[in-house]
Design a protein around this ligand. Structure first.
Ligand SMILES: Nc1ncnc2c1ncn2[C@@H]1O[C@H](COP(=O)(O)OP(=O)(O)OP(=O)(O)O)[C@@H](O)[C@H]1O
Length: 273
């Protein structure tokens, strides 16, 4: 493979469209201000169906705010967010969001099964169908033996798995992840990265994944969007051409992985100067 050092960089202003595939999320000239303070300063980005886009950038640059707009939880001051060509006016069942703080996201008085059931109830799933779906989802995410446990009886990794299972119960087209593994130890984090990649591949979901961890962004992403701060805007978009399925050892040892890590490190360092 011929590697040109800056071949994957796309300067701001060039097309932010994915290389191929039907557009699932279309963000056009989006700004967001709180009072006089502009947080997001004109972001345009297309995300293709089935694509995984990772978002990185310095603390406070607006990553969570961008994700909240994609979830319909924050309204842009100007510009538009479309899902499959229709404007996103508020929360949408096709879009699920996983937060870093699983402790707040889960209902402590419901068991694991009860927490997953919540999403099924919300989407109007027939009561008779729920137990089977819950069992399948908990199996898939490695919690098959823990259906009757309460969140307080589970480790951080298990609680985060549960939050992911609950989101998947929504059968979302789009999975938004806000630093979901930031609070977990390295081994749990890598296991969950692989589980999420497997689930995304199996369901064909589109994923937008916010992380501070450059290696996590490369490991998971098809593209990496680097946000710049004050106000938040797209600086660079880096394509990740690493083959799938990814492998925690082989992928991270791939010379292309190491080259991307260096490229992103230089980009982030520039943004901090
Ligand atoms: N509801 C709000 N009202 C006022 N300012 C807000 C509000 N929500 C976020 N902000 C501000 O917007 C900016 C961007 O916040 P955001 O959480 O999106 O950044 P981030 O890139 O996700 O940060 P981090 O990496 O530290 O999580 C910050 O300066 C934050 O203080």
């Amino acid at each position: 493979m011929v590697v040109t050092q800056f071949s994957t960089r796309r300067p701001y202003g060039e097309s932010n469209a994915p290389a191929s595939g039907e557009t699932r999320i279309r963000i056009r000239d989006v700004t967001l201000s709180y009072g006089p303070l502009q947080i997001i300063g004109g972001i345009s980005l297309d995300v293709a169906a089935g694509e995984t886009v990772c978002v990185i950038g310095p603390s406070g640059c607006g990553k969570t705010t961008l994700l909240r707009m994609l979830a319909g939880l924050a309204k842009p001051t100007s510009g538009s967010v479309e899902l499959d060509g229709a404007g996103l006016g508020g929360p949408n069942r096709s879009v699920a969001i996983v937060f870093q703080d699983y402790g707040k996201a889960l209902l402590p008085w419901r068991t694991a099964a009860g927490n997953v059931s919540l999403a099924l109830e919300a989407r109007g799933c027939r009561p008779a169908d729920r137990p089977g779906i819950i069992r399948d989802l908990l199996e898939k995410i490695g919690l098959g033996a823990h259906a009757d446990k309460y969140p307080g009886e589970m480790s951080g990794g298990m609680q985060q798995r549960l939050q992911i299972a609950r989101c998947l119960a929504q059968e979302p087209k789009v999975l938004l992840m806000d630093e979901p593994f930031g609070a977990l130890d390295a081994m749990t984090r890598q296991a969950l990265q692989d589980e999420v990649l497997g689930l995304v591949a199996a369901t064909g979901a589109t994923m937008v994944f916010v992380t501070h961890d450059l290696e996590e962004a490369i490991y998971l992403g098809d593209r990496i969007v680097c946000l710049q701060p004050n106000p938040g805007r797209v600086g660079r978009i880096v394509d990740v051409s690493l083959s799938r399925p990814r492998d925690q050892l082989l992928t991270r040892e791939d010379p292309e992985f190491l080259r991307l890590r260096r490229e992103l490190y230089d980009l982030i360092k520039d943004d901090h100067q």
